[in-house]
Write a protein that binds this ligand. Structure first.
Ligand code: PLP
Length: 444
């Protein structure tokens, strides 16, 4: 552990090279540190809970590749499975047993009856929306502000001016015609959901939601009079003949062995019509999936008319990594994740409290976020109250003390089965000074 500024010469040089050939120097925007400032660390290798950058500094990793690394980095069984699969050939374009085994594993842990493998979460949600439209013969899609479902054109939508107006593109490059059939509502707002279903119910193909939002920071689905928000959504969709699409790309096999559905759906007795998965089920390689009721999935080509395909879908190396990860993700692993997350949540809160920084820590399973705002945070508008300047100061103070947090105030912190006492202690040691930095750096 060190408290002097780290030299980042090699990362800085690589960032400069990268910017000369890649927009922003990164292959996914959040990696660029734009939200916190400074130079992203270029990673040379990772083991267990540790990242080592090209300048030779080690960090406790609380990003976990944005979710997939449930077991930690370079888990020996995952590495062995990947090496063995690669030695048998990297892609065949014909079916393999590994794809069947991975689909069986996911079907056994979730309400999904049939599953199609794809290569990214974006592909999974895009395909699920197409299938929902093809199945229902309807066009309108409902989503929630602040829920991210990948960079699908129709889902990169910002709310229009009124509650029940159709959306405007959330980014240049998305034509209005791509978002004009998307309705964006505030998360956890049952009255808004009831209102749009009352108005457009017979045109709505599906409602898609993160099973528990993690992309505006972690926000739990609210329970009202004993009924969870997801149960309410499932019931509302069913009443109007629309499909309920639960996006578990982030929460799947992360929030629990069964994902967020295992935390509330299994208990409350509802199931989504379609689910999307990614991250953990790929074990750090590009694999994702969408699945659901057999009757709905039967509409997919080649059984049905809705077209969907992929050259590398079910890739043998990715399926080997995913299957091994899921098989290693035992109840013992989830109990460990919960313990580590609990310690980090408690101690982060204590340090911020002592430094006088307003904050709220929110979680679902072991996924959690530290919002630097008075809580609670129930939706995107409330998440916007986070003091991003304070988070930037907090982030850099942690980084200098060997802890790599997500470089954005609106993300979850991810722990792994490999976060041992030493790694946890390094985080705890860094927290008091980082909380002081947040107190000094806030509100600018
Ligand atoms: N859905 C959710 C809930 C996500 O968190 C993400 C990515 O973070 C996606 C979809 C898109 O997945 P990918 O980045 O693999 O395209």
């Amino acid at each position: 552990m060190t408290s002097t500024p780290l030299t980042t010469d090699k990362s800085a040089a690589l960032f400069e090279r990268a910017r000369a050939v890649t927009p922003g120097g990164v292959n996914s925007p959040v990696r660029a540190f734009n939200a916190v400032g400074g130079t992203p660390r270029f990673i040379a290798e990772a083991q267990g809970p540790w990242l080592t950058d090209v300048d030779g500094h080690s960090y406790v990793d609380l990003v976990g590749s944005w979710g997939p690394m449930l077991l930690g980095h370079a888990h020996p069984e995952v590495v062995a499975a990947v090496q063995a699969a690669a030695a048998r050939g990297t892609s065949y374009g014909t079916p393999t047993e590994g794809e069947v085994a991975l689909a069986e594993e996911i079907v056994s842990r979730t309400p999904v009856e049939r599953l199609r493998l794809v290569s990214s979460g974006t592909e999974a949600t895009m395909s699920a929306i197409r299938l929902a439209r093809g199945f229902t013969g309807r066009d309108v899609v409902v989503k929630f502000a602040g829920c991210y479902h990948g960079h699908v054109d129709s889902l990169l939508a910002a709310a229009g001016s009124g509650l029940t107006t159709f959306s405007i593109p959330g980014t240049p490059g998305v034509p209005e015609s791509s978002t004009e059939l998307t309705l964006v509502l505030p998360y956890n707002d049952r009255a808004a959901v009831e209102q749009v279903f009352a108005e457009y119910g017979d045109r709505i193909a599906c409602l898609i939601t993160e099973a528990a939002p993690g992309n505006m920071g972690v926000i739990a689905p609210e329970v009202v009079d004993g009924q969870g928000f997801n149960a309410f959504l499932a019931e509302t969709c069913r009443a109007h003949g629309a499909l309920f699409v639960s996006d578990e790309v982030m929460t799947g096999f992360r929030a629990s062995a069964h994902g967020q559905w295992g935390l509330d759906g299994e208990v409350e007795g509802w199931a989504p019509d379609l689910m999307t998965f990614g991250k953990v089920m790929g074990g750090g390689l590009p694999a994702a999936a969408f699945g659901g009721r057999a009757e709905v999935m039967a509409h997919l080509a080649p059984d049905g008319p809705v077209y969907q395909a992929g050259t590398l879908s079910g890739n043998p190396i990715a399926t080997a990594a995913g299957l091994t990860t899921l098989r290693c993700a035992t109840e013992k692993v989830y109990a460990h994740l919960d313990r580590v997350a609990d310690t980090l949540r408690t101690e982060a809160s204590r340090a911020l409290e002592q430094a006088g920084v307003p904050h709220v820590v929110q979680s679902t399973g072991s996924m959690f976020s530290v919002f630097l705002t008075e809580g609670p945070v129930r939706n995107f508008a409330e998440a916007q109250g986070t003091d991003v300047a304070a988070y930037g100061a907090f982030f850099h103070a942690m980084l200098e003390r060997g802890v790599h947090l997500p470089p954005s105030a609106f993300e979850g912190w991810f722990v792994s089965a490999a976060h041992d006492d030493r790694a946890v202690q390094q985080v705890l040691d860094a927290l008091p000074a980082a909380a002081q930095a947040a107190a000094a750096g806030g509100g600018q």
